[in-house]
Design a protein around this ligand. Structure first.
Ligand code: PLP
Length: 398
């Protein structure tokens, strides 16, 4: 019940989150050295960052940011549509387009902004968006904001998608999908999605937040991994993960990108990212190109981890990427495993509903090329010890 001391029942609802073991907790990181963090004065080895190539502290990126800060200052001061679009941003956009082999690219200050602004730029009332059930929150929100009819198809289910596309009478049809799913690490059936779009006069927008820099020849991402290119493909990727900096871009045909520039509200009505971020990203693209060993090392660590997890009582679904889920089941059980690892200086996040389906609370282990083989061994050994001393709880207990 709402009271003066608890308007809108905030305190009551927070207590309910606590009771359901769904309340999230912020932790303050005091120092960063790759995956080695200082948290509350204690050294922690992290398996939760999306800095897959270990570039966030690369000297070439830091140097580029510092030089740009000296030249442009630390803030862009205005929207890109006014005076916030510097030579650094312009060069970055050209280099991003060339990097992924698309005619043109537009840079946004965040991935969330790219999708929440990009989807409504592409479709509106009278159109339809077809969205994978496990898509990222910002694709879901972008679809809702667009006012198009939203049709959610079961995860990876191209048969159902085909049926929905065939039945749709919408003026314009847009299929949106994560390229690599952020909580499971699996790859979308992008060649099939694209073929369906070609057959049903639709466009395909993929969000490659977790594939860019990691998958494909030279880290060109998931479309390159499949060797795909088509005027019907709109490629979006974020740059705060493997690229190690911040922001995102959308790449595609000239007219598509020009249209997004003209109409994406998160681009037009929001201050541009600082030029130093753009320059750090330009340096990042060069490192992604030059230091192929980072991807090779990451692949080795993925193989090592999966072999180790195979001996544990929890399911590690197939994932060829740096995201390795370990399904524990109940919320409390997942939190208990996380706490046991935490007490040994290992930070692996427990992901609970509503982020993932009820009964599939899990550890989301992410690897980085900044990890060593010994780091992965330490994690697997600790998990084996937890499994030995703490038998898995009933899988569906909340
Ligand atoms: C992280 C993520 C985003 C958001 O990108 P930010 O730059 O962090 O705002 C978008 N899509 C997916 C799939 C992501 O994992």
């Amino acid at each position: 019940m709402s009271t003066d001391s608890d308007p809108f029942e905030f305190a009551t609802r927070i207590a309910a989150l606590d009771a359901a073991r769904q309340r999230r907790k912020l932790r303050v990181v005091e120092g960063v050295d790759g995956p080695r963090l200082q948290v509350g004065g204690v050294p922690m080895l992290s398996f939760c960052s999306n800095d897959y190539l270990g570039l966030a502290q690369h000297p070439a990126l830091i140097d580029a940011a510092q030089r740009a800060a000296a030249r442009y200052g630390v803030g862009a001061g205005a929207s890109p549509m006014v005076s916030g679009h510097t030579a650094a941003h312009a060069a970055l956009e050209e280099e991003l387009a060339a990097f992924v082999g698309q005619p043109r690219a537009i840079y946004f200050h965040a991935g969330y902004a790219a999708n929440v602004g990009g989807v409504p730029a592409l479709v509106g009332r009278g159109d339809a968006v077809f969205s994978d059930a496990l898509n990222h929150a910002c694709l879901i929100d972008g679809a809702r904001l667009s006012r198009a009819d939203v049709q959610v198809y079961p995860h990876g289910d191209v048969q159902t998608l085909e049926r929905l596309l065939a039945a749709s009478t919408a003026r314009r049809k847009l299929v949106v999908s994560d390229a690599v799913f952020s909580m499971d690490g699996d790859i979308a059936p992008i060649p099939q999605l694209l073929a369906l779009c070609e057959r049903h006069d639709a466009l395909l927008m993929i969000d490659d937040a977790h594939g860019f820099g990691v998958l494909g020849p030279g880290g060109r991402g998931t479309a390159a991994h499949f060797g795909l290119s088509s005027p019907r493909l709109i490629y979006m990727a974020t740059l705060g993960k493997a690229a190690g900096v911040a922001g995102a871009f959308v790449a595609g045909a000239n007219a598509v990108i020009e249209w997004i520039l003209q109409s994406a509200r998160t681009y037009i009505f929001s201050t541009a990212a600082p030029a130093m971020v753009a320059e750090a990203l330009r340096a990042s693209l060069r490192v992604i190109d030059a230091e192929a060993w980072r991807r090779e090392h990451l692949l080795q660590l993925i193989g090592q981890l999966r072999r180790g997890l195979a001996g544990l009582p929890w399911h590690n679904p197939a994932s060829p990427t740096a995201i390795q889920p370990l399904i524990i089941g109940g919320n409390q059980a997942a939190l208990d495993v996380m706490a046991a690892l935490w007490s040994q200086g290992l930070w692996v996040p427990a992901i609970r509903p509503p982020t993932v389906a009820a009964g599939t609370a899990r550890l989301r282990i992410t690897l980085s090329s900044a990890h060593s083989e010994a780091d992965v061994t330490r994690l697997v050994t600790a998990l084996a010890e937890v499994a030995r001393t703490r038998p898995a709880a009933a899988p569906t207990s909340a």
